[in-house]
Design a protein around this ligand. Structure first.
Ligand code: FAD
Length: 597
């Protein structure tokens, strides 16, 4: 059975020593997370994740959710009590502004905590996760009355939220959306239509469920220009603001799916349900994007978290499982065989996962810090630069961390040999759970297109130029430091490949857009490699500084140096392969007729 240990020390290393958390004390909320408080928060989160959430992970997988005859949905045994502990601990509102009942702490603290929680129990954490996205959308686009009516209860966790985009004929292409909204004399709308695959659409853990629903107002333009966003509560609020009359929305069925069995994935039927517009008429996508961007970072964390939990199980197994002898002579001569951790091929897997997870964690926190600066800085230029970077990195966090999360869950399963294929060990669940993160919140192919088609060119390429400059300057500034030279050299090589790929796209994709589409997934991963390599550059620099200052825990920092070197030697060279693929263009990819497949 898997166990999970939240990587608190590692998170603190990234926040304090790599990102220089205390340098941001001038931003609202940061001073409240002094080093001691930060550590205490992470320790508490670790306890909740390890002792409450994780033991329910397999329970949720086995029991799943059940739709009852009255259209209610029962969640797995123990989920409700665990969720009670989560909301009573105030975790839901960790980074929500105090004026709405939150604690106003930095988003990067929320991100650190979020990683532990999803690693421990991804399916359970989707209930609060979707709620946090809904809160963000209401904070940014809701009217004052809507904020007052919904936010306090959602921040408290008494009510949860959902996100309703998908319809049977309409997933990626939201322009096809048919759910309709008919204006009423009192300013409300009657919403009718069917939404499918709605996570946490119906369940037994909250007094009310606040659905955010995309629909088309009668007479609105076709396509994405005619979509609006509505708040549709399961129970309409009465005069006192309490859940009152049942609204015309119900769960038609729940999906039998591959993983995340503990989360209810619902078909939601809207039958003249009462809804209220949020954001302007026909401005629904803009408002929903607030929720989707927040959710994309959260889904990236799911990839990282589940991948890390699977890695931890693989490490424990590799230390215990005795098979064969080390190529360099027995290491456990008193035993009938050596533990498989001695074998280089097992090491290849463990090191690949370790090197990725540590850089992935730094990348998620670095990106979350951009979000904090973008939302909290008083300096217009800082805010703009951080917002640019956040936009650029969101598809990379989502696409790269989830593709790798799944790949590493499979890699960790392989360490178990045949035992990894047997449910009892829990590795199968990691693989099944991690798989969905590559698909929802915009399939990863769409993340890659968002990066290549939209984010690169945004504001005349301002964000990507800033990234090139930042990484290039890091390499230049540290080139002369002999301890860092091999790292900066490898990083610079990766950066050159990324710049060459970007140039290739500029020269070849405008006249022939298929070249952009054909390059997009390779480009996303090439970008991810450079971003992760940059994280390793900074982590190694911080570790070297600690060692030079005579840090007590030298072994921790030495391990960082070795792991960083592994990343640069064994993972970074993939940038050349990605560039080579990109530069071949779309010709062979598009040459065959559809019938030839
Ligand atoms: C378990 C689960 C939970 C979910 N939760 C929610 C939820 O809470 N709320 C919600 O609204 N939805 C939810 N979804 C829906 C999910 O977001 C969609 O399934 C996803 O966005 C893809 O849409 P689709 O399934 O219709 O695939 P399609 O849009 O039909 O895409 C099929 C394939 O074609 C590719 N593709 C499509 N268009 C293009 C293009 N223009 N260029 C290149 N490739 C393209 C896609 O990348 C994909 O690989 C959930 C789905 C699942 C399975």
């Amino acid at each position: 059975m898997p166990t999970y240990k939240a990587p608190v020390k590692d998170t603190l290393f990234v926040l304090n020593e790599v990102l220089g958390f205390d340098r941001y004390n001038n931003l609202p909320g940061f001073a409240d997370a002094s080093p001691d408080v930060l550590e205490a928060i992470l320790d508490e989160a670790a306890k909740l994740a390890e002792n409450v959430m994780q033991p329910l992970n397999r329970v949720g997988d086995m029991l799943g959710c059940v739709r009852q005859d009255d259209a209610s949905v029962t969640t797995p045994k123990g989920f409700r009590e665990a969720f009670d502990q989560y909301r009573e601990g105030g975790w839901m509102g960790l980074a929500v502004p105090a004026e709405f009942g939150g604690q106003g702490l930095p988003y990067c603290v929320h991100t650190a905590v979020g990683e532990y929680m999803v690693a421990a129990n991804m399916a359970l954490m989707m209930y609060p996760g979707l709620t946090q996205g809904a809160i963000a959308a209401i904070v940014e686009h809701g009217s004052e009355a809507q904020k007052q009516a919904y936010l306090p209860k959602m921040v408290e966790g008494a009510w949860t939220g959902t996100m309703n985009l998908t319809e049977p004929h309409c997933g990626t292409d939201l322009g096809l959306l048919r759910t309709k909204a008919v204006p009423q004399a009192d300013g409300s709308y009657k919403i009718s239509g069917q939404k499918i695959f709605i996570s946490a659409g119906e369940h037994d853990m909250a007094e009310n469920i606040i659905h955010l629903v995309l629909a088309r107002i009668e007479g609105a333009p076709q396509g994405v220009k005619g979509i609006s966003l509505f708040i549709v509560p399961k129970f309409i609020l009465d005069a006192d603001g309490k859940p009152g009359k049942r609204n015309g929305v119900a769960c038609g069925s729940i999906e039998e799916k591959m993983g995340i069995h503990g989360n209810s994935t619902c078909v939601m039927n809207y039958d003249e349900a009462t809804g209220w517009l949020i954001g302007g008429e026909n401005a629904g996508l803009k408002a929903m994007f607030v929720m989707m961007n927040e959710a994309r970072l959260g889904v990236g964390l799911q990839g990282l978290g589940v991948g890390d939990a699977a890695y931890q199980s693989a490490v424990a197994y590799a230390r215990e499982r005795l098979q064969g002898r080390s190529l360099s002579g027995p290491k456990a001569a008193d035993k009938p065989a050596d533990p498989i951790v001695v074998h280089p091929d097992i090491r290849r897997s463990l090191m690949t996962m370790k090197a990725f997870n540590e850089a992935g964690r730094a990348f998620a926190l670095w990106t979350a810090l951009r979000s904090d600066i973008a939302h909290r800085s008083g300096d217009d230029k800082d805010r703009e630069a951080a917002d640019d970077m956040l936009g650029l990195m969101t598809p990379i966090v989502k696409g790269v961390l989830t593709d790798k999360g799944f790949e590493h869950a499979v890699m960790a399963q392989q360490v178990f040999g045949g035992h990894g294929y047997i449910e009892e060990h829990g590795m199968s669940q990691f693989v099944r759970d991690a798989r969905i993160a590559m698909i929802y919140e915009g399939a990863n192919g769409i993340q890659a297109l968002d990066l290549v088609g939209r984010k690169l060119a945004m504001n005349g390429g301002r964000a990507i130029q800033a990234f090139f400059k930042e990484v290039g300057s890091f390499c230049e500034e540290n080139r002369g430091d002999e301890k860092l030279a091999s790292f900066t050299k490898a990083l610079k090589k990766g950066l050159n490949d990324l710049q060459a790929a970007t140039m290739w796209l500029m020269q070849n994709a405008v006249a022939k857009p298929d070249n952009a589409g054909a390059a997009s997934t390779d480009y996303l991963h090439l970008f991810g490699l450079v971003a992760l390599g940059y994280m390793w550059g900074q982590m190694v620099k911080a570790a070297e500084a600690k060692l030079a200052a005579g840090a007590e825990d030298a072994a921790f920092y030495q391990t960082k140096l070795v792991t960083g070197r592994f990343f640069m030697e064994r993972v970074m060279p993939e940038t050349a392969m990605r560039l080579a693929r990109i530069s071949t263009g779309a010709d062979t990819m598009m040459a065959l007729d559809a019938e030839a497949f």
